[in-house]
Design a protein around this ligand. Structure first.
Ligand SMILES: C[S@@+](CC[C@H](N)C(=O)[O-])C[C@H]1O[C@@H](n2cnc3c(N)ncnc32)[C@H](O)[C@@H]1O
Length: 178
């Protein structure tokens, strides 16, 4: 039986142990990266673009996008958890990548992000927000005219029976702990 615990997602991200979460995101990346890369290519993310990555986590999407935009392009990743930003910066540095800037911030306000971007990307971020439209509005306000928005999310509503649906996020968290 699912014993869902109420989590206030305005204050808290459901995966509380940050070191474990960074490892989980990295493992998950093996599964998602080919799909994410295909989505980014189909969205026409390409050389020279300035890209905003929402909820950058361990930095995997930013790293993917940085390869597509090349040395003339750049990525700004926004992530709410300062610890995540520190470890993601270390990974980016270790990979020798110089066109990614990772900053601590809330994607629902994007305070402090003043640049204009050619594209906004994100993976598995809107589904964790209390106000996803606010994040998209803030992101769109920082896009150049005809800029690109490319988001990849999980559709938990189509994963099975009603009871599983209600507990979707907790089930995902639990399965990675096991
Ligand atoms: C499931 S992870 C996805 C990370 C990354 N996009 C990936 O696919 O590897 C979601 C990330 O969004 C971050 N996050 C959650 N709410 C946020 C918010 N309001 N503003 C910025 N980041 C947030 C979490 O801390 C977490 O690192």
């Amino acid at each position: 039986m699912c014993r869902a615990r109420r989590v206030d997602i305005t204050e808290q991200y459901i995966f509380e142990d940050r070191a474990a979460e960074q490892r989980r995101l990295d493992a998950q990346s093996w599964l998602f990266d080919p799909l994410t890369e295909r989505m980014l290519r189909e969205a026409k993310i390409g050389p020279g673009m300035r890209v905003l990555d929402l909820g950058s986590g361990a930095g995997n999407v930013a790293l993917l996008a940085s390869r597509l935009v090349g040395p003339e392009g750049s990525i700004v990743g926004v992530e709410r958890d300062p610890e995540a930003v520190i470890t993601a910066r270390e990974r980016v540095h270790a990979a020798g990548v110089t066109n990614i800037k990772l900053v601590v911030g809330d994607v629902q306000t994007l305070d402090g992000i003043e640049e204009e971007f050619d594209a906004v990307v994100g993976r598995l971020i809107l589904m964790y927000l209390s106000d996803p439209p606010a994040a998209l509005r803030q992101a769109a306000a920082r896009l150049r005219p005809k800029g690109i928005v490319a988001m990849q999310e999980a559709d938990l509503a189509s994963t099975g029976r009603h009871r599983r649906r209600r507990c979707g996020s907790r089930s995902v968290a639990g399965s990675f702990r096991r």
